[in-house]
Design a protein around this ligand. Structure first.
Ligand SMILES: [Zn+2]
Length: 198
């Protein structure tokens, strides 16, 4: 189903190593802590530096009303590295890889990511980055649209966000934003249709 599963992540390798250790020797709650590391079960947990987001307890502290769609203007690997670099002061909740739609979660949904360039929108949104460049439509693969739409559908269902263009918005629609992503080649009609039929 997911081609990326052929390649075990470092986390899975670590889990595999842990499985060889008798359960009694593991710290209490070890397995539970692993299971709760992501909000979206299909995502791989690749945490951003704690210097790159604001800890919160959403949706209690702030309602989650929007999903903000971004394009990275970087490779998938470089994007994850930027989010892990405390000097960069930037993060998004999720990053979707172009070639296969693989999803990394970098910030928990309850926390405020720094992706929209607008504090109010940051507090009220989930940010999803897509690997690619706004002027290179070949990066917007079917796998990426499908996996991202399934993620957005799950977020909307969980937080009661309407699955429409008023609430699933591009970074360029954020007031005060000087960014153009996801750009003219992002197929909104297709994306919203996929979100509604995911
Ligand atoms: Zn953006």
């Amino acid at each position: 189903m997911d081609r990326t599963r052929r390649f075990p992540s470092r986390r899975r390798l670590l889990q595999g190593a842990a499985a060889a250790v008798p359960a009694a020797l593991l710290p209490a709650g070890h397995a539970g802590a692993q299971a709760l590391a992501v909000d979206y079960p299909a995502a791989e947990w690749v945490p951003a530096s704690t210097s790159n987001y604001t800890a919160a307890n959403r949706p209690s502290t702030y309602p989650i009303d929007y999903v903000v769609i971004h394009v990275t203007q970087e490779t998938y690997a470089d994007t994850l590295a930027i989010f892990q670099n405390p000097a960069r002061r930037v993060s998004a909740h999720y990053v979707v890889r172009s070639q296969d739609g693989h999803i990394a979660q970098c910030v928990r949904d309850r926390n405020v990511g720094w992706h929209a360039g607008n504090w109010t929108y940051n507090t009220r949104s989930i940010g999803i980055e897509h690997e690619g460049w706004v002027d290179k439509p070949q990066y917007f693969t079917h796998a990426m649209y499908e996996q991202s739409a399934a993620l957005t559908a799950a977020i909307c269902s969980k937080y009661g966000i309407p699955k429409d263009r008023e609430h699933i918005i591009g970074h360029h629609q954020v007031p005060g934003s000087d960014h153009t992503d996801p750009g003219p080649y992002w197929d909104w009609t297709r994306y919203i249709r996929l979100v509604n039929f995911a």
